[in-house]
Design a protein around this ligand. Structure first.
Ligand SMILES: Cc1cc2nc3c(=O)[nH]c(=O)nc-3n(C[C@H](O)[C@H](O)[C@H](O)COP(=O)(O)OP(=O)(O)OC[C@H]3O[C@@H](n4cnc5c(N)ncnc54)[C@H](O)[C@@H]3O)c2cc1C
Length: 354
């Protein structure tokens, strides 16, 4: 019976794709409606000139992220520890030399996915019927039609299903999707106040021909209170034949243009790691404020505010509408682990309700 169930998943990020994969294992083919022209949402891996996987979005996880680790294993993907050997730097003041420190080898490691985080997105996509994935398809309304729900998209398409699962930040649900009948007042009031993890952050990547910092005994890890780079890490691939850095820029630098940010990044690295840093193969960056993450909503600065709120645990439209996505769950919300947990929870609830 459940094989005849039709499910619409709004959002083709990690939670939406994981949910589609889990449902497909139960013989249920779900339709994914994704507003942008790519899958992955807050997971976005660029390839450098030398094909180095460069993460503009999610990158790290650890042993506590057991659901993520088990899905990686199930999909045949491998993890490897973040490189941290050698001198790391901490810049407290612009007029003092940086402090040097060492990360103990025995500390709990952070991992990365071999080949880049997008491998996870690709592996999930490859296990979903491609005809069920619709890109450039922004959902604008969700309408209760009795036994079914009718979903309308910005490009004038209509989809019908027994269940709709919202796999996107609650802030975007609140500002972009109309509901008929309207969602209860407490839900509508809550949505704009749910923090969207990492919205407003600026991530940069650099690719280099050689790991010159490793050759000088540096780990590539940098924390700074005084430069445009606030955090930076070695971004060498698993095979150790492609090199680079990734990290975060000071949020205030969003008021500069990309070229100014690039020059400030290279100046800071030149001073700290030497002149070789001035000639990257690639500098790229992403200011995470676009219509697919923030869309004009306010950045909620309190970390994880209202993430996993009880209101997001309930279903609506007489059991036909569910909230999912990393911000919807109380455990590990904001992180990839939270996205997987939310997908498992939605899958379980959909199957249980039938
Ligand atoms: C810079 C950055 C660094 C990060 N680093 C880490 C990290 O190191 N470790 C970690 O665990 N996590 C990290 N994260 C968080 C991680 O990326 C997220 O937890 C996870 O990817 C969220 O997945 P999701 O599917 O819940 O949401 P999203 O990835 O946001 O997916 C939502 C999807 O919905 C789509 N969408 C939006 N509106 C509509 C609409 N109206 N109709 C249809 N589709 C719509 C969007 O385009 C998007 O594809 C980071 C995030 C960022 C931005």
């Amino acid at each position: 019976m459940k094989q005849h169930l039709r499910v619409i998943i709004v959002g083709g990020g990690l939670s939406g794709l994981t949910l589609a994969y889990l449902l497909s294992k139960e013989g249920i083919s779900a339709t994914i409606l994704e507003a942008s022209s790519r899958l992955g949402g807050r997971i976005q891996t660029l390839k450098g000139k030398n094909d180095t996987p460069l993460e503009l979005g999610a990158t790290w996880f650890s042993d506590i992220h057991q659901k993520l680790i088990s899905i990686l294993e199930e999909l045949g993907l491998k993890k490897y520890p973040q490189y941290a050997r050698g001198k790391s730097l901490f810049q407290t003041k612009s007029f003092e030399p940086p402090q040097e420190f060492y990360i103990p080898e025995t500390a709990y490691p952070s991992y990365r996915i071999v080949g880049g985080t997008a491998r996870l997105i690709d592996a999930l996509r490859d296990r979903i019927n491609p005809q069920q994935i619709h890109l450039d398809t922004r959902v604008v309304s969700v309408n209760d039609k009795g036994d079914e729900v009718m979903v309308e998209t910005q490009n004038g398409m209509e989809f019908r299903a027994h269940n709709v699962v919202l796999c996107l930040p609650p802030q975007l649900v609140g500002s972009r999707i109309r509901f008929s009948p309207e969602l209860p007042d407490d839900v509508s009031k809550l949505l704009p106040t749910v923090q969207t993890w990492m919205a407003g952050s600026i991530k940069f990547v650099l690719e280099y021909a050689r790991p010159f910092w490793r050759e000088k005994g540096y780990s590539g890890m940098l924390y700074s209170h005084s430069g445009i780079i606030t955090e930076m890490y070695d971004h060498t691939n698993f095979e150790e034949n492609k090199f680079g850095f990734t990290g975060f820029l000071n949020g205030g630098s969003s008021s500069y243009g990309k070229e100014t940010r690039k020059q400030l990044v290279l100046k800071q690295l030149n001073e700290l790691l030497g002149k070789e840093s001035s000639h990257p193969l690639i500098y790229s960056e992403k200011v995470w404020v676009d219509e697919f993450i923030l869309d004009g909503n306010q950045v909620v600065s309190r970390p994880h505010q209202n993430n996993g709120h009880p209101t997001l645990q309930r279903n609506y439209l007489n059991g036909k509408l569910y909230f999912s996505g990393t911000e919807s769950v109380p455990e590990y919300s904001g992180y990839m682990e939270g996205a997987i947990i939310s997908a498992k929870k939605a899958c379980h609830e959909i199957l249980e309700d039938k």
